[in-house]
Design a protein around this ligand. Structure first.
Ligand code: PEP
Length: 255
């Protein structure tokens, strides 16, 4: 597998942090820090920050993403946001199936698949999250589970549409805990995901497919994680909330 065929993508997942003024401040600090990046840079903000994030990043190398999207175009879905509402704002990316959505908001592999297809149909790029809990890892089912999550999420997605999908491997036990998967653990599962892409699509599609690692990635561990042959980028939570920390990871991905 030739890593040079894939563009690294470093995406910040701000979760439910930063009001509009704080978002503007963080993006202003980030713009000069990541201006020369040799990787794609994305900030996934709360819905309420999307307009300011889109206007502040206009003309820069930073793309803006949302953290969820509904699968219907409109209707009686109180509290939800459609894919068209996001693209109309100028949003380019959306995170789908984050473990916090699966854990706290009843997200299932089936609804992940519905959201993913709706997002692609509207022209959004998708960061699809998969990953195991600590219990599942201890039971030895990580590879099977992540393969199943990937297969169900990509059901009905064509090879052409796949070009607009990235997968973030995020072990749940490493998210927001300060516990990072070792580089070997991250590589092992990212390689499993690439194998699933090859079996569902083709070796050529797998070779150009971007797979991120996410889970307490920071300036200190980014180099080693990003050096793994099947790790093409990162989905960053906590460390994306401070411009210097996030920029250090972007620099690691640009080396
Ligand atoms: C995340 O929320 O996707 C994440 C990886 O968070 P953290 O970097 O804080 O572990």
């Amino acid at each position: 597998m030739n890593k040079a065929k894939r563009k690294a993508v470093i995406a910040g997942n701000w979760k439910m942090n930063k009001n509009a003024a704080e978002a503007a401040e963080l993006i202003s600090a980030l713009i000069p820090e990541v201006a020369g990046a040799d990787c794609e840079v994305v900030v996934c903000t709360p819905f309420t920050d999307l307009p300011i994030a889109v206007s502040k990043t206009a003309g820069t190398n930073i793309a803006v993403g949302a953290q969820n999207v509904h699968f219907e175009k409109s209707g009686a879905f109180t509290g939800e946001i459609s894919a068209e509402m996001l693209t109309e704002l100028g949003v380019q990316y959306v995170i789908i199936g984050h473990s916090e959505r699966r854990q706290y908001f009843g997200e299932t592999d089936v609804t992940v698949n519905k959201r993913l297809k709706a997002a692609l149909a509207a022209g959004l790029k998708v960061i699809l999250c998969v990953g195991e809990s600590l219990e599942q890892r201890q039971q030895g089912v990580t590879a099977e589970l992540v393969a199943m999550q990937t297969k169900i999420a990509l059901g009905g997605v064509s090879a052409e549409e796949l070009k607009h999908v990235i997968i973030a491997y995020e072990p749940i036990w490493a998210i927001g805990t300060g516990l990072t998967a070792t580089a070997e653990q991250a590589e092992e599962v990212c390689a499993v995901i690439r194998g699933v892409i090859a079996s569902l699509y083709s070796e050529a599609d797998a070779e150009t497919f971007t797979i991120q690692y996410g889970g307490s990635m920071n300036a200190k561990n980014a180099d080693e994680l990003l050096a793994q042959p099947d790790v093409d980028g990162g989905l960053i939570g906590g460390a994306s909330l401070k411009a210097p920390d996030f920029a250090a990871i972007v620099r690691a991905a640009s080396r």
